[in-house]
Write a protein that binds this ligand. Structure first.
Ligand SMILES: [Zn+2]
Length: 320
């Protein structure tokens, strides 16, 4: 490990939401919130879990570490300051930090350097390493996982009834979970619902409890009754397949003056040729039949929208 990834105590303190320590040799669960600074839901959910663990004196094995992702953007209540912190975890950027190279000189590159050191510092145990990256969306949405590291990650997501979105890592190679998976973490990017939906926080909290149990940090009996009851109630919206595949990405540049047409919900069905947005060159049509995914309804962001297809529909077409 190079000098660029040394973590000083002050750098850790400014992003630490809380930690609970059972034993050195057990599993590790790292919960990352507000990698986008305008998404506080995961932070509040983390605090609720910590309070509950304390109140009920729940015994823990291994380690639970809860961190703020983009501290600077969180303080500014902005998605990011200079660049999107969930788009820069590229192998060459990680390698530059390992060498102690601090370029480019952006707020997020510094956040990345500190986070990298924090993640390395948590990775000491070989009792299983889990990373949750908690997000919310600008459009109304049912919960979904943007990437499943492996089947263990998928099982956690299933408990909260999340739709699995496959193939997004190929369109967005700089996502944090891509980096974490490649370094041996069972990593899960989780979108709980819209920024404004009060249930997003409950969904994030439920996911954290399920991850604590799946990782083996707490026993099943320690999962609060309301979370287990919710698990039984949860059903996926019947019109949506449990897994979808990303088939199109519309990246944008700030100069494009991109404007999504109003009223699209995440996973809403769209037709080929349907006008989804406008920019300085005119209307933008969907190039495929499918569902619109992550339509952009906030000022910052470089992804206008994606188109996904139900995996079931894919299989039908392949067979035809
Ligand atoms: Zn986000």
């Amino acid at each position: 490990m190079g000098g660029g990834t040394t973590l000083d105590a002050q750098a850790l303190r400014r992003r630490l939401i809380g930690t609970r320590h059972g034993s050195d040799d057990g599993p590790v669960l790292l919960v990352l919130s507000a990698l986008h600074g305008n998404e506080p839901s995961g932070v509040n959910a983390s605090l609720r879990v910590l309070n509950s663990l304390d109140r009920r004196h729940t015994p823990c094995r291994g380690r639970l570490v809860m961190l703020l992702g983009n501290v600077s953007a969180f303080d500014a209540r902005a998605r990011f300051i200079d660049e999107d912190l969930n788009r820069i975890w590229l192998p060459e950027r990680v390698a530059a930090h390992e060498r102690g190279d601090t370029h480019p000189d952006t707020v997020e590159n510094n956040e990345m350097r500190e986070l990298l050191a924090a993640i390395r510092a948590c990775a000491g145990s070989d009792g299983g390493r889990y990373l949750l990256d908690l997000h919310t969306t600008s459009a109304p949405s049912p919960p979904f996982i943007a990437l499943a590291g492996d089947n263990r990650a998928r099982r956690v997501a299933d408990r909260v009834g999340a739709i699995e979105v496959r193939g997004i890592c190929e369109f967005l190679p700089g996502m944090m979970v891509n980096f974490a998976s490649s370094f041996g973490w069972t990593a899960l990017a989780f979108e709980a619902g819209s920024h404004r939906d009060s249930s997003s926080e409950d969904t994030h909290e439920a996911l954290i409890w399920h991850a604590l149990e799946t990782a083996g940090i707490i026993d099943r009996a320690a999962v609060p009754a309301f979370v287990r009851a919710r698990e039984r109630e949860l059903r996926r919206p019947e019109h949506i397949e449990p897994a979808v595949q990303v088939i199109h990405h519309h990246p944008i540049d700030p100069d494009d003056r991109f404007r999504m047409r109003l009223g699209y919900r995440n996973f809403q069905p769209v037709k080929r040729g349907e006008v989804l947005a406008d920019d300085r060159n005119g209307p933008i049509e969907s190039p495929h039949d499918g569902r619109v995914f992550m339509p952009l309804y906030q000022p910052d962001g470089r992804d206008g929208f994606f188109i996904v297809r139900d995996l079931y529909a894919n299989a039908r077409e392949d067979a035809a």
